[in-house]
Design a protein around this ligand. Structure first.
Ligand code: GDP
Ligand code: MG
Length: 173
């Protein structure tokens, strides 16, 4: 068993895109409790002489349902599921990566998740995703400083700062 780091955050912030970049193709779907869809993915990251496991929370099922949801009352149901998955990840991980969407800005639910991860006492990296190039950094990142977490702006889709991301995650191990 390798040390684990979980990607957490609300749907659509880009967790799975980051996950796929990190693992390239070393993916495993985990369904290890009968009758329960754990709905998450694990993969192995081998880099710079270290090997660790990355967990992508809020898997396919949650993402798809969330995108189909209409209205705040439906979304609240998903929030409790996300919090449940976050707690599960905290119990088994050595560190956490909270992913937010730099284009959406800071949402109330991001604040709640930040409070959760802070209380876990685990090392945390705040990944401000969808910063698709360095020129966007000053525009998209300042409001996230209030969360008081070590922070990196990056783009899972376009690759901006991915190398720095890998290094910062490794340094949390
Ligand atoms: P998840 O729900 O958190 O797992 O998010 P996904 O990885 O499924 O991505 C949600 C959406 O955001 C998809 O349409 C992605 O193409 C898009 N996306 C992910 N990363 C980036 C990024 O770095 N920049 C931009 N512009 N879009 C992104
Ligand atoms: Mg996803």
């Amino acid at each position: 068993m390798y040390p684990k780091i979980a990607l957490i955050g609300r749907p659509n912030v880009g967790k799975s895109t980051l996950f796929n970049r990190l693992i390239r193709s070393n993916r495993a779907i985990t369904h290890d409790r009968p009758g329960v869809t754990r709905d998450r993915m694990e993969g192995t990251v081998k880099r710079d002489g270290r090997t660790w496991t990355v967990i992508d929370t809020g898997g396919i099922h949650l993402d798809e349902s969330y995108k189909a949801a209409e209205g705040p009352s439906e979304l609240r149901g998903f929030e409790s599921e996300i919090l449940r998955q976050t707690q599960e990840a905290m119990a088994e991980c050595v560190a956490l990566c909270l992913v937010v969407d730099g284009r959406d800005g800071l949402l109330p639910f991001d604040r709640r998740l930040a409070e959760y991860v802070r209380r876990s006492g685990l090392p945390v990296l705040l990944a401000v995703n969808k910063v698709d190039g360095g020129e966007l950094e000053d525009q998209l990142t300042p409001e996230f400083h209030e969360l008081g977490l070590p922070m990196l702006a990056l783009s899972g889709e376009h690759g901006y700062n991915m190398r720095a991301f890998e290094e910062e995650l490794r340094d949390l191990l």
